[in-house]
Structure formats: C-alpha cells, structure tokens
Design a protein. Sequence first.
Lengths: 122, 425
Amino acid sequence: MLYAILCYHDEDLVGSWSEEHDAAVMKKLAVVQERLAKQGRLGPVARLLPTTAAATLRKEEPPLVLDGPYAETKEQLLGFYIVDCKNLDDALDVARELGAANPGGAYEIRPVGLFTPGGALK
Amino acid sequence: VSETDAAWIDAALTSARPQAVGALLRYFRDLDTAEEAFQNACLRALKTWPQNGPPRDPAAWLIMVGRNAAIDEVRRARKQQPLPEDDQAISDLDDAEGALAERLDGSHYRDDILRLMFICCHPDLPATQQIALALRIVSGLSVKQIARAFLVSEAAMEQRITRAKARVAEAKVAFETPGAVERSERLAAVAAMIYLIFNEGYSASGDTADIRKPLCEEAIRLARLLLRLFQSEPEIMGLTALLLLQHARAAARFDTDGSLILLEDQDRALWNRTMIAEGLALIDKALRHRRSGAYQIQAAIAALHARAERPEDTDWKQIDLLYGALEVIQPSPVVTLNRAVAVSKVRGPQAALEMIEPLAGKLANYFHFYGVRGAFLMQLGRNEEARVAFDRAIALASTSAEAAHIRMHLDRLIRDSQPRGAKAK
C-alpha cells in the first residue's frame, strides 16, 4: 500500500538553520531515501518552498485567491514522501527513520487512495 | 549539550527571538529590560531543554521564563523576600504555557515583531546604526559577529550600538496596537531597513564577501518573517523576491581572486535555482495585486535577468519599460542612469547618451555617471571624450563598499564597447 508521509515543521525554525546544518540534514535524509529507492519503494519526494510563496484558491463562487497557505498553523506542511509500505507499522518505521535523520516537528502518515504517477516532467 | 542539541536549540532561540523580545518589550516597555529578560530565559533554556526536550512553543516558554526572571530581578532589587528558587516555577510552566500562548494572539504577535523592528528604524539614526541595532536586537547577533560583518573593531561596534540604543530610549515608541496607516508606515520603514541590511552584505567586495554574506542571509530571513506576518502585502513580496533574486547569484559574483564578475560574464549554472524559483513565485503573486511599488519593479527587473538563460536572451526592452515605471514612482537621476543602460541595448548608445546628458549637473560627482557616459561615448567611437569621462570616473572612485557595485556596470560597459570602439579607429 502507498502511504504519503507529510512533513510538518516550524518553518521559521527550519529557516533559521545554517546552510551547513540544512545540508547535513538533507544528506542524512538522502541516505534513508536511497535505501528505500533501492528497494523500489520510494515514489515522488518534494521539499516545498516557504509558505510565504503559497497562494490558496478558495473554491467559492466566484473562486477567491488568497495569499499564503491554506491554514495558519504553528507547524507548516514543508514537504512529503510517497512510500510503498506493507502496513501502518512499516510506514511508521520509515517515518521514524526519517525522523531520526531530521528531528523536530511531526509526520502525518496518510494512506494513499488513488495514485497517478504522471508522466516524466520536461 | 550534544552538538545536535546545540544546533537545534540555537535555531529555536534564533527563530523565537523576534516574537519573544517583541512581547517582552511590550510588557516591560524598556528595551534593555526586555533584552536582559530574554537573555536570562535563553540561559535557562540551554540548561533545561536538553534534559526535558523542547517545549511545544519555544517562544511562549521564553516569554514566560523571561518575564518571571525579570520580575524576580525587580523584587530582589527592592530587597523584598526573594521568591523560592525557580525549579518549582519551571515545573509550573507547562500549565501556564498554554494560557500564555493563547494571550499571544495573532494580532499582538504581528505588531510585537513589527514594533521591535520599527524601533531600529528611528529616522534620527544613520543607516549604519539602524542596521547594527536591528542585527543586535532583532536578529540577536553578538556584537562580535556584527563588528566582523562591518569590518570594524568590537569596541567601535559596541559604542555604535550603545549610542543607537540611547537614541531609541529617548524616542517615544507607541505601544498601543497601531492603526492601519501607522502600521503601513512602520512596514515601509522596516522594509527599507531590511533592504539596507541586505545591501550592506551585497555591496561587499570580493575579499570580504564571505564575511558579509550572513548579512544577506539574515536580511532574507527577516524579509520572509515580515511576509509571514503580512501575507498580502505586495511590496513585502517584492522586497523578499528582490533579495532572493539578487542573492541567488552570490556563488557566481566573484572569481577566485575575489574580483567582481559582471552579470553578463557570470556562470549562470552557479545561480541558486531554488532561490530564483522562490523569487519568481513571489513576484507572480505580487503582480496579481496590481499595486505597483519600487521593490516589485526592481524585483521584476531582477527576475528578467534571472529568467534569461544566456545574457543575449535578456529582455532589455521590458527592463527599459520597468525602469521607466520606476522613474515615475521613485524619480531619481540614478534610476534614469540605470534605465539608460537598458536603452543603450534597445535603441543604441546615441539615444542612451541623450537620455543621460541632462543628468550631468545632478550627478557631477557620481563615479557611475562618468563610467556609463564614457562607455556610451566609446560605443559611438568618440574615444577622446570617452577617455576624459573615464578619467573623471576614476578620480571620483571611492573605496566605499558601494564602489564595487558601481564598478560592475563600468567594467561591463567598457568591455562591451571595446570591439566597436576599436573598429571606429
């Protein structure tokens, strides 16, 4: 089963990381990702730009465009992974490993209903 | 404290600082007291966070602990019975934390941070003092770090900050929640101050660029913070985009000797694509508001450079138009001079030269003016007049950090015009 692992963290805090610390965290995460990829279990991975770059379309009539993320939360959605896991326990193990590489914040583990891989991006 | 703990705590304290010091300032209405309270809270955090783990809301924790510590200090000073030692107070904090976090509602939080930034922008303070004060108070850099970035001694920087603080203490800062007009005035002043911080880093010469790079990064962090507080302000989007788009080129701006590499000659593969993407996204968002402003226009110009895969792909026509719009909003001979560079690419050096001739009086002592004028003259084959202009430019060249930026334009134009100048001989 596919699981989305949604990464939440305080973006002010992540934005206060030094370049070196950021690079070190990304390197540690890459190790976990590489292993999952070798097992053929890693789908798309994304790190999102800060929520200040976001806009939100409220599907009202007429649709309303708002600046900023959908929800003002203490911790923000900063990225996600799609991982193939046997069950929730397995997905939690993956999340724990990712968490060991990048402590702080929270992961929401969400089973995927429909997955369309899309084509290769040009 | 392990290395991981130290890195995490350091980032947490830095990111919580503007909110925490801002709230403590509102509470105590005195900058020194607020800063000292925050310092005490940080010391406490360094002791307890590694053991107990991070609090749910670091800013709320720091505000609470800082406030209590300062109140104890006052009581002790009054020689009253001191409170029992704080271990008990700390274990009570978790319960109190939630209540306090609630009181720190969104509007306070915004205005606290804005106020903290705004007091650094006092109009009586010269730019260098504003920047130093903001880096000390808002960013929490040490005097040593700031002195290093400014290339002055620690003692000189200490004095500069002390003077600035004294000036701020005399000024009456409004602690009431500001009205819409006052808020937008504060926002504009703070945006200008953040831009100053950025330029202090950006205008560094090659040999000091690495030392001053943190100033650019800090300015971007503050701009993003401001934008998070005021999500729909197109000018703050424009400011943030402008800083990101300029800083994206940092790795390509200097060669190994530390000499400036001009935009046209930069290895565009070294440009930071993530920063460019963020800058372009912000410009996109800003323009939807159809409320133009100086930062948005400058960011749009930077965006056109960023979008060009090769120098010859640069949309100079659009850049000319944007400088034209900037001339309307923020008329200045320097803007016209920049526009003339675009005009020279679109309509040729004769039109560009005609455009800058009327500026001769206003820019009589401006190095860049003679550099640009000299280059246009050279392109027209008027080499003798060009040489006179260049000589004048060299005589006016200052050693200030600004000169590096000016020289970039000068060198580019000289290099550009050489082949044509040679043909004319």
